[in-house]
Design a binder for this molecule. Structure first.
Ligand code: UD2
Ligand code: MN
Length: 354
């Protein structure tokens, strides 16, 4: 009799579990409704009342990615992140803080899902060790929460050449393409920390200015948090095919300023103008700093800018290897560190011969 009762009890437990668990499993497989998406994309729990926003549209586009979809349903992907801007984290330790282990060189891909795109972050760099520690740790956190397949490349310009963002971005692009197949390229200042998990680190069909709200500019103009309307400085994303259409960045800007305005002109000339991330989402904390040595203001930027449209197919990605070469490539624990040397005279001579 006792055996019989035990059997009945076990049966009841199995049936109970089956009826409770099965719908939960299938629940993940159903497509989220527009209401789910609106709830998940709202910041304060109230769904957006209006038509589909561009953010919602983006989410709909990536919805076939099973993992993201599950995160979306749980609402986890879309929380405001808590950036780690104050901690000084070591760069030589794997799995330091709040993110999963990455492969040597900082490569990561989620285990349980197939990401739709492969993103690479390219950071122009020289002598900003504190900023680098902070951005690297924050990037791993946000990129993993977005379940992306990604790599992070830090491209350093050797001394004594005056700093030049464009040549570093172009060299980074070529190198990343040699190492793996990436389709989305994010060009990222070392000192801008993402403040919101909804900032999409995957590419749209248009080039995108991601750092739409920057605390540095917000101090001056809180309503806009941007210096001017065509501004695309800070963080941008674009597909590899589009970067090639622009012929990358200009190599011509040595010193501070101008490179970002030049690529904005290139994008317009190539008929793929930049769009901007929603300012409530593309929020970045600007780590404070002084102007670096070897990066004084570029006094030629005004005249270079005037000829940007005419020049764009003749100098940039297609000519960078004539003036720059790779000195070293080191697979650090959390990123790939590349050092390049460039010859300013070669660039200037090229310009004269255009
Ligand atoms: C603005 C733009 C930046 C670029 C720059 C002009 C924003 C948020 N950013 O930044 O995208 O257009 O003006 O050139 O408006 N760097 C080093 N070491 C150096 C010098 C520069 O690592 O010695 C790198 C680093 O990634 C830095 C970036 O270059 O974030 C931009 O230089 P910046 O931070 O000195 O210029 P900033 O803040 O005015
Ligand atoms: Mn800066």
């Amino acid at each position: 009799m006792r055996k019989f009762l035990l059997l009945v009890l076990a049966g009841a437990i199995v049936i109970g579990l089956y009826t409770y668990v099965t719908p939960k499993l299938f629940q993940h497989e159903t497509k989220p409704s527009l209401k789910d998406i609106r709830l998940a994309t709202s910041t304060n729990g109230n769904p957006h009342p209006n038509n589909l926003s561009s953010v919602e549209q983006t989410i709909l586009n990536v919805i076939s990615n099973k993992c993201k979809r599950e995160l979306l349903l749980k609402g986890e992907l879309f929380n405001i992140s808590k950036p780690d801007i104050l901690t000084d984290l070591p760069l030589n330790v794997l799995n330091t803080h709040d993110f999963l282990p990455v492969k040597k060189g900082g490569f990561y891909e989620p285990e349980n899902c197939e990401p739709l795109t492969r993103t690479v972050i390219i950071i122009p760099y020289r002598n900003r060790e504190q900023h680098l520690k902070i951005i690297i740790n924050n990037l791993h956190r946000i990129l993993q929460r977005q379940q992306l397949k990604y790599g992070i490349f830090v491209i350093e310009l050797s001394l004594p050449t005056t700093f030049n963002i464009g040549v570093l971005m172009n060299m980074g692009f070529l190198l990343a393409n040699n190492i793996s197949e990436y389709d989305c390229f994010v060009f990222h200042d070392v000192d801008l920390i993402p403040l919101d998990d909804r900032i999409a680190y995957h590419c749209d069909v248009s080039p995108k200015h991601m750092s739409a709200f920057n605390t540095k500019y917000a101090k001056v103009n809180i309503a806009k948090a941007l210096p001017y309307s065509t501004y695309v400085g800070g963080v941008i994303s674009l597909r590899g095919v589009d970067y090639k259409k622009l012929n990358g960045f200009s190599n011509a800007y040595f010193g501070w300023g101008g490179t970002d305005d030049d690529i904005e002109i290139r994008a317009k000339a190539a008929m793929i103008p930049f769009k901007r991330e929603n300012q409530n989402i593309g929020r970045y904390y600007a780590l404070p700093h002084q102007r670096d040595s070897n990066n004084t203001e570029n006094l030629l930027k005004g005249s270079l800018f005037k000829s940007a449209r005419k020049r764009y197919l003749n100098e940039g990605l297609n000519t960078v290897e004539k003036c720059c070469k790779r000195l070293s490539i080191v697979y650090k624990d959390l990123y790939v560190h590349v050092t390049v040397s460039c010859d300013e005279n070669i660039v200037m001579n090229q310009l004269l011969n255009l």
